[in-house]
Design a protein around this ligand. Structure first.
Ligand code: SF4
Length: 409
């Protein structure tokens, strides 16, 4: 390829780095300041933990950092040696490897590693691995591991599921109060849920700017910009940040500024990011003048059903409605909506070897969607963190051929 296009960064990114830096400093200082630390799964009851004044840490975010810094691949074998299979979640295995070796990307930020948990709180809405992951640390440190067991492959989300999940969430309050050494203040919970909802609305609006042609934003930008939505929902810093980013994106749209200069094609990314290869992939799509405009992954932090007036039921609904725990029929309907909204030309499915939960190509979904929508698809074999499972050369060739196919369509 003759030409190398340049990625356009956002002015807001500096502010995002400051917001994330502040979060990590406060997080790692929390225990010294007498705050108890709760580990929380990415779609766990973060609002409840925050409202109780706990220091809230998200190990999946740490997993993504281990992937993005390419530390993961060397750390995974340490967890394998302790009995965690190389076939299970590579966030889990790289995080456990990081703990065993005492090496973390946080140290590159001149911070101590992740804070030790006083309590670990999971929700199985995304997978079973999070529970096994948290139980490892609970045994290691002799601390409680609490959780919500949400059904999976949900079709219609009826009252019976919402009632059950709401009850399970409410049952966490007593044990969490005991750890936090504080009573849950309902007004603070409502305020936290309100902030979380504001963050969701803004994050969704950020992602939806990509429905414009040309798109002002790519999936690769989204994987960077989503940090505050993941670790700071329920906090005003996330709300303040997305107001700034959204204004910049709206400015780009008004001025016709494209994230991918000369955008020719628009792709939907279904599945996990390949964290250690985002830069190379982003560059390849830029050079091919093809914009990956939307993804299931970035959309997964949109929780519109949160309602401060109905905290437990609305958390139950919001966290049971997410894509990952829905039936294939629901997932297909959702992708169809995305294809229409974002004017998609083709769908890329990432088959992440160690995350079957986020790999939706394995039971004929691409074929069914192609038949329904008439859009070509590509399956990329790889992984979120374990780069031994990814062939850069093969993927490059396959993406090139896919874009040629789009050009011929
Ligand atoms: S959803 Fe996949 S990547 Fe995320 S924690 Fe579960 S197995 Fe790991």
């Amino acid at each position: 390829m003759a030409e190398t296009a340049e990625r356009r960064d956002f002015e807001a990114t500096g502010k995002m780095k400051a917001v994330m830096g502040k979060y990590f400093v406060e997080l790692t200082q929390g225990p010294d300041e007498g705050r108890k630390t709760a580990w929380c799964t990415s779609v766990g009851p973060a609002e409840l933990l925050r409202a109780l004044g706990l220091n809230v840490y998200f190990p999946e975010n740490h997993g993504a950092m281990l992937g993005a810094t390419r530390m993961a691949t060397d750390l995974i074998p340490l967890a394998n040696a302790r009995g965690f299979s190389p076939d299970i979640c590579s966030y889990l295995t790289s995080d456990v490897g990081s703990y065993l070796k005492g090496e973390s990307p946080l140290q590159k930020m001149k911070l101590p590693g992740p804070p030790k948990a006083d309590v670990l709180v999971f929700n199985t809405n995304q997978c079973r691995d999070v529970k096994d992951w948290f139980q490892f640390y609970a045994r290691e440190w002799d601390v409680p591991c609490l959780g919500i067991h949400t059904p999976r492959a949900i079709g219609d989300l009826g009252d019976s599921i919402i009632d059950d999940v709401a009850r399970q969430t409410e049952a966490l309050v007593g044990p969490l109060e005991a750890v936090a050494g504080a009573k849950l203040d309902p007004a603070r919970l409502a305020e936290t849920i309100g902030l979380s909802r504001q963050c969701t609305v803004l994050w969704k609006a950020v992602l939806e700017t990509a429905a414009n042609v040309p798109s002002p934003l790519t999936f690769f930008d989204g994987t960077i910009q989503m940090g505050p939505a993941v670790v700071l929902r329920g906090h005003e810093d996330a709300v303040d940040y997305y107001e700034v980013l959204l204004a910049e994106l709206e400015g780009r749209v008004a001025d016709g500024v494209a994230a991918v200069e000369g955008e020719r094609f628009r792709i939907y990314w279904e599945g996990m990011p390949i964290w250690g290869k985002l830069k190379g992939l982003s560059q390849q799509f830029l050079d091919l003048k093809t914009c990956v405009v939307a993804s299931t992954y970035c959309n997964s932090w949109v929780f519109e059903d949160l309602d401060p007036a109905d905290p437990f039921r609305s958390m139950a609904r919001a966290y049971s409605e997410i894509f990952i725990c829905r039936s294939d029929d629901r997932k297909e309907r959702y992708i169809q909506e995305m294809v229409e909204k974002f004017k998609i030309d083709g769908i890329l499915f990432h088959d992440a070897k160690t995350c079957p939960n986020n790999s939706n190509n394995r039971y004929q979904m691409p074929q069914r969607l192609q038949e329904k929508l008439g859009k070509p698809y590509l399956v990329v074999n790889g992984d979120l963190n374990d780069l031994r499972l990814y062939s850069e050369e093969q993927t490059r060739t396959n993406i090139e051929a896919f874009v040629e196919q789009l050009a011929e369509a």
